[in-house]
Design a protein around this ligand. Structure first.
Ligand SMILES: Cc1cc2nc3c(=O)[nH]c(=O)nc-3n(C[C@H](O)[C@H](O)[C@H](O)COP(=O)(O)OP(=O)(O)OC[C@H]3O[C@@H](n4cnc5c(N)ncnc54)[C@H](O)[C@@H]3O)c2cc1C
Length: 495
């Protein structure tokens, strides 16, 4: 057997990479033979499709594009009163499920979209998969594959079902036949019903993110790129990564949340969007990826066998565990078992550190706590769990929304800016995709309107946020959570 690689710290998913290389990679190089001028995206090809037929213009003919500034709520509210360009473009800041769905839906409505994302390894945000080569020489290397955020998804809305069907047709998605259930501390497992169906990415979650985007000249992707500044200028939004300009756009979409979004919005001139974003509360969840040479001693269910995933109850350091090897390679034998473990949100909160810079001592402690949690959940005696030959820990510092305004998206027509994301209606991939679709349609409708009553298109600017019910890793129909009863001893913070 090759010598075990040392435990590694997984760098946090880049949210605000301060020194991100500004390499623009256009997946969908615009190949239209007719070139267009006007606002361009991120330094890659900016060729435009043929312009649509002339539209009714707003405002006086010859009126120059200007943005007016009006005082309101702590910041100055930007008010764009000038006509929208005949072939408008939208900057989508965030390439997770919501931002990608937004860009795809904008393109479907004939609106150009440029997606900016910080992802060093790929698009997808919290739809994240890691493939790691572990082992000694090349011949003995083993691929360890982990979904290290979203584990599976359900589909209840027809619009999302259509997308899932497309993924199925392309062979990217299949139903997860694995047994899922609830694991109470001590190894007591109760299966959950197989319906509604649960889906997984055949090669993990991340490839699905790419598949959200259709091949279209109307979509451009710029990655890795961290947009750090928004500036209204001459009736358009200008975007910057540090001081580097990244084009100008008729509207912007904030398709991410947390500290990054709060910082970006705080000087944007969008006080209503800023206020809604600031109201959002997010949980923190630790992920432990661990590979074991031998199968874990999972309790057998007489009728159904061993489980593939379990919502864990009564264990403070553990809320979910899933066997990625069984999930992604169900027909292969002899592979090491790759498990994804998630802490509870309560544990994540108590043990929160800056996710970009996790102290080694914290990473070690979290790993120990979570492996002890696995023993407790499986009813194993202390110290009897086999040592994983590979581990990584990661903190999802802005893991899941704890409150929601319950609207599909937020749009401020005066500022020509919107927000989409899972948190608008809940906490799942489905919620994120639907939010992106919704905002795209809202923006496209606004662009297509005469512009006489922009306020008709406003949505979500004043709603209060209410608590989200669900599991620590999201809300799933048919898998409603019961309140965890964390054992008293487990609640004591370890020092
Ligand atoms: C631990 C965990 C487990 C989960 N399990 C499940 C599950 O099993 N099933 C399920 O359905 N859901 C699950 N979820 C939730 C699901 O992953 C999310 O709801 C969904 O992926 C959110 O998509 P989004 O587009 O709203 O945000 P994100 O996926 O967070 O996308 C935002 C993107 O914006 C980028 N970004 C941020 N700031 C900037 C900037 N300034 N410039 C450019 N780009 C920027 C980020 O890097 C990121 O790629 C889980 C989440 C976590 C954390």
């Amino acid at each position: 057997m090759p010598p075990p690689p040392p435990p590694l710290l997984l760098p946090a998913a880049p949210c605000c990479p301060r020194a991100a290389a500004a390499r623009a990679a256009s997946r969908f190089a615009a190949a239209a033979s007719s070139s267009g001028g006007g606002s361009g995206g991120g330094g890659a090809s900016t060729a435009r499709p043929p312009p649509p037929p002339p539209r009714r213009r707003r405002g006086k003919p010859g009126f120059s594009r200007q943005s007016a500034i009006k005082k309101s709520f702590h910041q100055e509210q930007v008010v764009f009163s000038t006509p929208v360009a005949p072939d408008p473009s939208v900057a989508v800041i965030g390439g997770g499920a919501s931002g990608l769905a937004c860009a795809a839906s904008l393109a479907a409505r004939g609106v150009r979209a440029v997606v900016f994302d910080t992802g060093m390894h790929g698009l997808g945000g919290r739809m994240a998969t890691r493939a790691i080569a572990a082992g000694g020489d090349q011949q003995q290397q083993q691929q360890l594959v982990f979904d290290h955020a979203a584990q599976f998804f359900t589909a209840s809305d027809e619009r999302f079902k259509t997308l899932v069907d497309e993924w199925m047709d392309k062979g990217l998605v299949r139903e997860w036949g694995g047994l899922i259930g609830q694991l109470d501390a001590g190894g007591h497992f109760s299966p959950m019903p197989p319906s509604p169906p649960r889906y997984i990415g055949v090669d993990g979650m991340r490839p699905l993110a790419d598949a959200i985007l259709p091949e279209s000249d109307l979509i451009e992707v710029v990655r890795p790129c961290w947009i750090s500044k928004l500036e209204p200028f001459n009736g358009l939004w200008r975007l910057f990564e540090n001081e580097k300009p990244h084009g100008q756009y008729d509207a912007i979409v904030i398709a991410h949340n947390g500290k990054c979004a709060n910082r970006l919005l705080s000087t944007s001139g969008l006080p209503l969007l800023t206020r809604q974003m600031k109201r959002l509360q997010l949980s923190s969840v630790w992920a432990l990826l661990a590979a074991f040479q031998d199968p874990l001693p999972i309790p057998q269910n007489d009728s159904c066998g061993t489980f593939g995933g379990a919502f864990v109850r009564d264990v403070d350091s553990l809320s979910w565990m899933a066997n990625n090897t069984q999930k992604l390679f169900p027909l292969q034998t002899g592979r090491p078992e790759c498990w994804t473990f998630f802490s509870t949100a309560a544990y994540g909160k108590r043990n929160k550190v800056p996710q970009e810079n996790i102290p080694k001592i914290t990473a070690e402690k979290v790993k120990e706590d979570m492996l002890k949690g696995v023993e407790l959940a499986l009813g194993l005696s202390r110290g009897s769990l086999q040592q994983p030959f590979y581990t990584r820990v990661q903190l999802w510092g802005a893991a899941l929304p704890m409150n929601t305004p319950g609207v599909p998206c937020i749009f401020d027509p005066q500022g020509r800016a919107g927000i989409c994301g899972d948190w608008l209606t809940g906490s799942s991939i489905e919620a994120a995709v639907l939010s992106g679709m919704s905002l795209a349609n809202r923006i496209a409708d606004y662009f297509a309107s005469s512009g006489e009553q922009p306020e008709e298109f406003a949505i979500g600017l004043h709603e209060d946020l209410n608590q989200v019910e669900g599991h620590d890793i999201g809300q799933f129909p048919g898998l409603e959570s019961q309140k965890p009863h964390v054992a008293e001893a487990q609640l004591t913070p370890s020092t």
